[in-house]
Design a protein around this ligand. Structure first.
Ligand SMILES: [Mn+2]
Length: 461
């Protein structure tokens, strides 16, 4: 099945799930966002619901559905001035062939299409800027059309799309595999380049250059590079800080392929070897990750995987003399979360933190050890989740007097005080849930101590 056929099948299934008998559904891509005070625009990202259903990624596109007429894409056609400055863009016939849509019309026809549905219920998913900025879509106003925008229905249909987006189709997985391949090339380059004197920013630039050389059009998210203490900031933007021997460097960077994200973290020594407590902690995080990946299978609750990982981590920290007590009790008291405050992972796809992470009706917990868990649902075949345990020495948490008093018995504070500049270790892979268990899309990116040290030895020889 080619990509256009896959998109047609996706739209048919979506229409069946929506089961609406009258009215229409609009799925706008969104408009370019101006950079305030300039004549420039921010980089454009189509709304994932538009990208998912239309298979198109240009600004100001509107995918429209009507249970009688089926699907129509209204696409922006550049005027002469725009052609002069930015080019003619993709011809509508080409968009039609790529997306499998029979009807791809100029955006100028959207007004008439809506006129014919005057008084009918309309659901709007995708980007809501159609309502606040109709002129950007070539409509004089939205109100004069006297359309009945049904907010409840809109939310319901959007939820239905989020649920469909959880299990990836073969064409989506192909994009995600290519994203993973580009990420591999970048991470390998980073592992070879890192050394004392190189800045975090230099490492970022070279990693991203490899993503782009492989064919990725952009990064899936802003790359994170934190060396030494900077590795303790969960989302640390690369700085001009040079790396130093004896430090670890944490690199969280992923390539995007046809809107599909990869999300990968590797942590390695700035020198040739993982030394001392770095080595112990790295081995522990790797073990936590391996156990979590081994636990991935259809039906398993992601929250249980998270709590299992928390238990293994707590047990390991007890063994290393950093925590004291029974691991289960420590996790019940959220002591592990002082060192592992984020969730085990999240859904991945058209967004880095993809839609549909929580089952309908489930609310995020306000418990310290669970409040940043972004996925709470039973896994099913076709889902792609990240598995990304970590251990961090975060001063804001570990020097807080209230926490130190509350956990006086549970944490070996004198040991922790000696490690406040250690930074952090995170190991993150993208994992496809299969009938048999797990398929790791990013498995070819080295992470064992032996593999990483072999690369580092060769790089620094
Ligand atoms: Mn992630």
């Amino acid at each position: 099945m080619d990509h256009a056929q896959a998109l047609n099948q996706r739209r048919e299934e979506t229409a069946r799930a929506w089961a609406i008998s009258r009215g229409a559904v609009l799925v706008p891509a969104g408009l370019m966002l101006p950079v305030a005070g300039t004549d420039q625009f921010h980089e454009f990202h189509p709304h994932p619901e538009h990208a998912y259903l239309a298979g198109a990624s240009a600004p100001a596109g509107v995918l429209a559905f009507d249970p009688g007429a089926g699907w129509t894409l209204f696409a922006h056609v550049p005027g002469e001035d725009e052609v002069v400055w930015t080019g003619a863009g993709e011809p509508l016939e080409e968009t039609a062939a790529k997306t499998g849509l029979d009807r791809v019309l100029p955006l100028a026809a959207l007004g008439q299409w809506l006129e014919r549905r005057r008084g009918e219920p309309i659901a709007i998913i995708g980007n809501r800027d159609l309502l606040t900025d109709p002129r950007g879509y070539g409509l004089a106003s939205f109100d004069h059309l006297e359309l009945d925008v049904d907010e409840e229905l809109s939310a319901l249909l959007s939820l239905s799309v989020s649920e469909s987006r959880r299990a990836k189709a073969p064409d989506e997985l192909e994009h995600m595999r290519l994203a993973a391949q580009a990420s591999r090339r970048g991470h390998l380059a980073g592992m070879r380049l890192a050394r004392a004197g190189i800045t975090e920013r230099q490492l970022q630039v070279e990693i991203e250059a490899e993503f782009f050389r492989e064919g990725a059009l952009r990064t899936a998210y802003s790359s994170l590079v934190g060396s030494g203490p900077n590795g303790a900031v969960l989302h640390f933007a690369p700085s001009p800080k040079p790396m130093r021997d004896g430090e670890l460097v944490l690199v969280d960077a992923g390539a995007e392929w046809q809107q599909y994200a990869s999300d990968v973290t590797r942590t390695y020594p700035v020198g040739q070897r993982f030394e001392g407590v770095h080595r112990d902690l790295y081995a522990l995080v790797l073990q936590v990750q391996a156990e979590a990946i081994a636990g991935v299978r259809p039906g398993v609750e992601f929250k249980d995987l998270h709590l299992g990982a928390a238990n293994t981590l707590a047990a390991g920290l007890v063994d290393l003399g950093i925590l004291r007590g029974n691991p289960h009790d420590l996790v019940d008291r959220d002591v592990h979360a002082l060192f592992f405050p984020h969730g085990l992972g999240h859904m991945l796809g058209l967004s880095t933190h993809d839609a549909g992470g929580c089952l309908a009706g489930r609310q995020p917990s306000d418990r310290f050890g669970l409040k940043w868990l972004r996925a709470d649902l039973p896994l099913q075949p076709g889902y792609v989740v990240t598995i990304e345990p970590g251990v961090y020495f975060i001063r804001a948490l570990l020097t807080d007097p209230a926490r130190r008093a509350a956990f006086a018995d549970a944490v070996a504070w004198e040991r922790v005080d000696a490690m406040l500049d250690l930074g952090g270790i995170r190991i993150e892979d993208d994992v496809l849930v299969t009938d048999a268990g797990a398929g790791v899309l990013t498995a070819a990116i080295p992470k064992s101590i032996a593999e990483i040290e072999a690369i580092r030895r060769e790089a620094l020889a």
